[in-house]
Ligand binder design. Structure first.
Ligand code: LRY
Length: 245
């Protein structure tokens, strides 16, 4: 167990680590997604920061955090790289849907801003390439493109994304979700792209996380299986209701 929470958190106007340092810190590592939506008992910046600190104590190389308030709190508490996003709604394009959302995420302290990079129209009417270009001009944050399929991953890399994540595979309604992580998509993208590809979505065991790395992931993002006690508990409770023997 490592204790990176004792290292100095970055606060105030301290510049972000540069691109190669950020990528070095992510490479081969576990990124723990620490999110709780309004209405959930763990919702709120202090809870999320405690979750993020716990993740780092357990060995997380980085964290992924939703909402400006939660990002700011985690940024003040920890020095590990923060992948920030802003979920606005829960259907259609809702992960950091516009340039303004992305700029706010960066202003809150994210090192990497995760944005929806599916081929669906964005609510601000701008293209993915325009938004990535503007983010690169106006900030020093890296851009993680959350995609749902191979074509979107290739298009996101061509549009200038710094990293691609399989985050939205199975969540756009185009294709049904694979029962576990979409390791086939991960492998295809990792073989094709020159930028890092992060495995994300439905990775719910340490073995699957290790498999994702073996199949080309630059880093592995795990959320629900670590940070959503309601859903973790439900799995156990259901198993007791339907015992195998
Ligand atoms: C589809 C979507 O909205 N994904 C979100 C993206 O930030 C989160 O709700 C997920 O928890 C995260 O991607 C990690 O995935 P999993 O919780 O399956 O390990």
């Amino acid at each position: 167990m490592t204790d990176s929470t004792t290292s100095e958190p970055r606060s105030g106007p301290t510049p972000r680590p540069d691109r190669s340092e950020l990528l070095n810190r992510l490479q081969g590592g576990l990124v723990v997604s620490c999110q709780a939506l309004p209405g959930e008992p763990l919702h709120g910046p202090r809870m999320i920061a405690a979750m993020a600190r716990s993740a780092v104590l357990g060995g997380a190389a980085a964290v992924r955090v939703n909402s400006v308030d939660d990002i700011a709190e985690v940024r003040a508490a920890l020095s590990v790289p923060v992948i920030g996003l802003w979920k606005d709604g829960d259907s259609g394009v809702y992960i950091t849907p516009t340039l303004d959302h992305a700029l706010a995420v960066v202003a809150a302290g994210a090192d990497i801003v995760a944005i929806d990079a599916t081929d669906r129209p964005r609510p601000d009417g701008r293209t993915l390439a325009e938004n990535i270009d503007e983010l690169h001009k106006r900030t020093d944050a890296l851009v993680m493109a959350d995609v749902s399929n191979y074509q979107e991953g290739v298009a996101a890399a061509a549009a200038g994304a710094d990293l691609v994540g399989t985050t939205l595979a199975g969540y756009t309604g185009d294709e049904s979700a694979t029962s576990g992580p979409d390791l086939h998509l991960l492998e295809q993208l990792a073989k094709q792209l020159e930028i890092p590809v992060l495995a994300e979505g439905r990775i719910d065991t340490p073995e699957l996380a290790a498999q994702a790395l073996a199949r080309g992931a630059f880093a592995v993002v795990v959320g629900t299986a670590i940070t959503r006690p309601i859903l973790i508990t439900a799995r156990f409770a259901q198993a007791l209701q339907n015992p195998a023997t």
